[in-house]
Design a protein around this ligand. Structure first.
Ligand SMILES: [Zn+2]
Length: 315
């Protein structure tokens, strides 16, 4: 229970997901805020500002939905669509390691106007958003999919949550990547509330009122508050839900870490014919789409990788 606003650990409020419960009502929530780690994800890419912002919101959505799931492995959110931003991937492991990127057509993005009013419509266009949970090769993959239906990423998330068998939920997302080079001071946030099963003996009418109030208060949160680095997450929740009281549970760190490796890249490129990947000097260069790390392979090394694989297959 938070008795009064706190002023400590303000900087610790970002790059974390926080679980909370509104006191006395069957409503639970998640607050995700990204700062420095978001900067690390965006920095290697020359994203136009609106592309960086829609990707930042998508990363927050991914982290928020993942934080509400019990899983051990990888949660991945992917959009595919026919607009200037044709693909976005945002994934997060159960340990909190995040990565993501957007594939975009620069001139098409530049030609757009009035993006802020309907970023999904303008930037993504028509397509879908898919959610995957991968818990290793011996378990079933869970996949949910929804059309990109709405003006912004919050709308699309609502559309998905309404049509899936999830708990009744409301979510609010915002991002501000700023105008500084390399996305220094980029920030994004998400607040989600979920209606839990009613307490035994609870009056359904009261439960409905509680839920409507929780959603109304969520809607009263401003973008400035959600993204304010000087406002701790505890203070933010206290400001919104102080009438009922709010109980804050664990805060889990979120951090940028790409999972690419030389071995993984080698295993991907070995299936391609040599003439497709080797340049005139007999070298192959592969760039990770997430973190932009470059991997170089010599022809002899590639042959060795393929040779080792053939031996393994015939054994
Ligand atoms: Zn990488």
């Amino acid at each position: 229970m938070i008795a009064a606003p706190m002023d400590a650990s303000v900087s610790n409020s970002f790059d974390a997901s926080l679980t909370f419960q509104i006191e006395g009502v069957s409503v639970r929530g998640r607050l995700v805020r990204l700062g420095r780690e978001l900067e690390h994800i965006l920095k290697p890419h020359a994203y136009p500002q609106p592309v960086a912002e829609i990707l930042a919101e998508t990363l927050c959505l991914s982290a928020t939905l993942a934080s509400a799931l019990k899983y051990d492995g990888l949660f991945s959110l992917q959009t595919q669509s026919d607009g200037p931003v044709s693909l976005m991937v945002a994934d997060v492991t159960s340990q909190g390691a995040m990565r993501g990127y957007a594939r975009f057509d620069g001139p098409r993005v530049e030609a757009l106007s009035d993006i802020a009013s309907a970023p999904v419509v303008r930037l993504l266009g028509a397509g879908h958003m898919a959610f995957t949970v991968d818990q290793g090769s011996h378990t079933e993959r869970y996949q949910g999919i929804t059309d990109l239906d709405g003006a912004n990423i919050s709308d699309c998330a609502h559309h998905y949550l309404r049509n899936s068998e999830q708990l009744e939920s409301a979510i609010w997302l915002a991002a501000d990547v700023g105008t500084e080079p390399d996305f220094a001071h980029a920030r994004a946030g998400a607040l989600m509330v979920q209606r839990m099963p009613p307490a035994p003996g609870a009056d359904p009418a009261d439960e409905d009122d509680d839920w409507r109030r929780a959603v109304a208060l969520l809607s009263s949160l401003t973008r400035a508050e959600l993204l304010d680095p000087a406002l701790s997450s505890e203070d933010l929740l206290f400001r919104l839900y102080h009438e009922d009281g709010v109980r804050v549970f664990e805060s889990r760190p979120l951090f940028h870490r790409c999972r690419c490796s030389r071995e993984k890249v080698a295993s991907t490129i070995k299936s391609f014919p040599a003439e497709e990947i080797l340049d005139a000097q007999g070298r192959a260069e592969v760039v990770c789409e997430f973190c932009k790390k470059t991997y170089h392979f010599e022809e002899a090394e590639l042959e060795q990788i393929k040779g080792a694989d053939n031996c393994a297959n015939s054994a």
